[in-house]
Structures are given as structure tokens and as C-alpha cells.
Design a protein around this ligand. Structure first.
Ligand code: UD1
Ligand code: CA
Length: 408
């Protein structure tokens, strides 16, 4: 089996997003679009990933700095997708294996589809293979041109299509696998003779076909997976689809989501069996929830929240960067931030941790079996020992709990 690398094209300025942020850093369910594409490549055993970056490249590189299988390739001027590939020439000119090519703005790509693409490529011993999708509304995408025997003849970009071609429903989602040497031979010959005057990778494919190499197109991409995100509206559509995938997986693992349409769960969240997520719950960031918990309605869990088992969080409860041990209950209107809460603690309605004094964020620690009455304000930094009873309406400082201890 040939060694396989990937090129992810992610240099575009993205005029249609109207943004200062590089497009591939825009988030889908809490993760940058590019992160999903990288993961899909890794899942199918790609050994190295060449990420072509340009607009905002420093920002992109910084965000993925820890990921050592990425080779960053700079494309200063975005002259088109074929030009993006050409920028990798210095790294790949002698590479004899296969090159997977994907777009950084296609976060819905699934590893299963890439496996189908790779499988087809191997069986057919093709020089290039692409996966296609059939869409009800193909507007904006490159159209797949086949001859009457079904063989692919080329791809025509939306802006270059004649009326007949515009009616074709089979489109190019930009999932390709190439014999690396054949790819580079072809991209070097591409000319920018099209409406946009760009160097098109799709033209390289037509060239490969014209030279007599075997090119195969497999209709393997689900319509909902084909989408490239070019605008804020498409970003929201992609997020919705991703959200459905996240929730489906959680439900398969034994999580109850009472109203999927009115629940939002970050891609990085982990949730244990028999936990129930009530409507209007919003989970953002790396959040870990154990088994048998009941969350919401209207709960807001933020980055760094760890809930052990059988935790109950009710209406308007916000938790951030905190660990809540087994059996903690905070049923109504609470904020718990930068806090560790011990086992079986009851946090009364409207009680909050005051974690920010205007300058610093401070920690709170609440021991096991404490009772925090309603409307308490716990002013951090604060350590409350096991079994402490805090009366309703108390403003708690470290001094006051120490005094309380002495009295006991
Ligand atoms: C491209 C395809 C089109 C396909 C669609 C699928 C071409 C010519 N067209 O069109 O057939 O249906 O994707 O979503 O390939 N990029 C660079 N450098 C460049 C230009 C683009 O890195 O010089 C990157 C972009 O950042 C983006 C990707 O390549 O991630 C695709 O570019 P984009 O301009 O979005 O192409 P589309 O018009 O969507
Ligand atoms: Ca695109």
C-alpha cells in the first residue's frame, strides 16, 4: 500500500464571510473548521498533512502549534486551488505515494467517505479519484461532466457553466485522491483561463483525463456532507448538521436529550450514560459530565466544567472551570465558577461564587456534605470545610467561615 499524505487548502481570504478571522478558524460547534478536516485525514491513516495557509496564516499556525504532523505551507497570493497545490512542490516533488486533497472549509467531511474514496482508488488503480455528491440545489459548486458511459470527463466551475451544465446535479465537494507525481505534473500546466482568472485544481483533473490517465469519480458523499462553508449562513447550516451528529452519537451512547432542537452541545463535550439533558441547555467548551446526571432546563455549562455522577443542575445554573463531585445539587439560579464542590453538597437557589474581585479570578473550595442556603454569596478565595452549614442570605468570606468554625 502506498504511503499517503494530505494537502488541505486553507489559504483563502474568504470575501463571502466578511471577516477579519481566517475562514478555517471560524467555529463549528466549538471547534475550528480546520480541526475537523485534520481529524478526518488522521482517521484514514494519513502520515503527514500539508496545510496551505495565507490570509491570517500566523493565527492559524498558532492555534494548531501543538499538532506535529502538520507541515505549514505559505501561499502569499491566493491565485487559485491549483496554485495552492503548487505551493507544496518543494516538499512533495519527490514523493511517490498518494496525495489526498481536501478543502479547509469543508468541516463536514467524514472519515468513512474518505475510506470509500481510498478503497475505490486502490481497486481501480486510478491516477486520480474523486468523490462526488448529488444535490437538489447544485448552485455554486463545480459540476461533474460525464460521458454517456458514465466516465468522468471533467469538472466545470459554476461560474463557467453553460445552461446545460448548470442543470447537472452531480457536484464536486473537493474530496480527491491523486497519484502524487501525476498531480504535480498536471497542476504545473494549469492556466487561469476562466471567468475568475484563477488557477483551478479542477482544470488539473481535466488535464489528467486528457493525458489518458485513469480518473474515477465515485458518488460517495452525502448531500449534507458536501457543503463548503463560504458564508456566515452556510456556517450556521454546517453547525446545525454537526450538532445533529454530536447529539446522535451521544444518544447512541445512552444520553437522553429531551429536545434536540433546543439543546446545544460542544463537539468536545463528553457525557456519561443515563444522563438527561433537558431543553435549552447550552454546553460550550471542554466539559465532562458523568453518569446519571440531570442537566437543565436552561443550564449553561462552560469550559473546564467537570461533573461527576448523579449531579443535578437546574434552571439558570451556570458552571465554569469547576469540578462538582457525586450528588451535588444546584437546582435554581446559581453561578459556580473556579470552584471544587465536594460530594452531596446542596447549593440553594440563587447562591453564587463571587470569583472575580475586579482584578483576579479566585478559587473556591467547598467540602463534602455542605449545605449552602439560598441567596448566599461565597466570596473567593474561600475554603469551606466538610459539613459546613451556610445560612440563607449569607455573604461568606474566609474570615466569616473561620469565625463560624471557632464558635462550633
Ligand atoms: C471549490 C472547487 C469547486 C467545488 C468547491 C467545493 C476549485 C476551482 N473549485 O470551489 O469545484 O465544488 O470547492 O466546496 O477548486 N484556497 C487556497 N488557495 C487559493 C484558493 C483557495 O488555499 O488560492 C482554499 C480556500 O481557502 C478554500 C478552498 O481552497 O478552503 C476552496 O477554495 P474556494 O475559493 O472556497 O473554492 P470554491 O469556489 O468553493
Ligand atoms: Ca469553498
Amino acid at each position: 500500500m502506498a504511503e499517503r499524505v494530505a494537502i488541505i487548502m486553507a489559504a483563502g481570504v474568504s470575501k463571502r464571510m466578511t471577516t477579519q478571522l481566517p475562514k478555517v478558524l471560524h467555529e463549528v460547534c466549538g471547534r475550528a473548521m480546520l480541526a475537523y478536516v485534520l481529524d478526518a485525514c488522521r482517521e484514514v491513516g494519513v502520515v503527514r498533512i500539508y496545510a496551505v495557509v495565507g490570509f491570517g496564516s500566523e493565527q492559524v499556525k498558532q492555534q494548531f502549534a501543538k499538532e506535529t504532523d502538520i507541515v505549514w505551507v505559505q501561499q502569499d497570493e491566493q491565485l487559485g486551488t491549483a496554485h495552492a497545490i503548487l505551493c507544496c512542490k518543494q516538499h512533495l516533488k519527490d514523493f511517490e505515494g498518494e496525495t489526498l486533497v481536501l478543502c479547509g472549509d469543508g468541516p463536514l467531511v467524514r472519515a468513512e467517505t474518505l475510506s470509500t474514496l481510498i478503497g475505490k482508488h486502490e481497486i481501480e488503480q486510478a491516477a486520480a479519484t474523486l468523490a462526488t455528491a448529488v444535490l437538489d440545489d447544485p448552485r455554486g459548486y463545480g459540476r461533474i461532466i460525464r460521458d454517456r458511459y458514465g466516465n468522468i470527463q471533467g469538472i466545470v466551475e459554476d461560474t463557467d457553466c453553460n445552461r446545460e451544465q448548470l442543470a447537472i446535479n452531480e457536484i464536486n465537494p473537493s474530496y480527491y485522491l491523486f497519484h502524487n507525481q501525476i498531480l504535480f505534473e498536471a497542476v504545473e500546466q494549469v492556466k487561469p483561463d476562466n471567468v475568475k482568472q484563477e488557477y483551478y485544481l479542477t482544470d488539473a483533473l481535466s488535464r489528467i483525463i486528457a493525458t489518458g490517465h485513469k480518473v474515477v469519480a465515485v458518488t460517495a458523499v452525502r448531500p449534507e456532507e458536501a457543503m463548503g462553508v463560504n458564508s456566515r449562513r452556510e456556517l450556521s447550516v454546517a453547525s446545525k448538521i454537526m450538532q445533529q451528529r454530536i447529539q446522535k452519537k451521544l444518544m447512541e451512547n445512552g444520553v437522553t436529550i429531551v429536545d434536540p432542537d433546543n439543546t446545544w452541545i460542544d463537539a468536545r463535550a463528553q457525557i456519561g450514560q443515563d444522563t438527561v439533558i433537558e431543553p435549552f441547555t447550552y454546553i460550550h467548551g471542554e466539559v465532562k459530565i458523568g453518569r446519571g446526571c440531570r442537566i437543565g432546563p436552561f443550564a449553561y455549562l462552560r469550559h473546564g466544567t467537570v461533573l461527576k455522577n448523579d449531579v443535578v443542575l437546574g434552571v439558570y445554573t451556570e458552571v465554569k472551570n469547576s469540578t462538582l463531585a457525586d450528588g451535588v445539587r444546584a437546582r435554581h439560579h446559581s453561578f459556580i465558577g473556579d470552584t471544587t464542590v465536594g460530594r452531596n453538597v446542596n447549593v440553594g437557589a440563587g447562591s453564587i461564587t463571587a470569583n472575580f474581585n475586579g482584578q483576579n479570578i479566585n478559587q473556591t473550595s467547598i467540602g463534602d456534605n455542605c449545605y449552602i442556603g439560598s441567596g448566599a454569596v461565597l466570596i473567593a478565595p474561600l475554603v469551606i470545610k466538610d459539613g459546613t452549614h451556610i445560612n440563607a442570605g449569607t455573604v461568606v468570606t474566609q474570615e466569616s467561615v473561620n469565625r463560624l468554625r471557632q464558635r462550633d
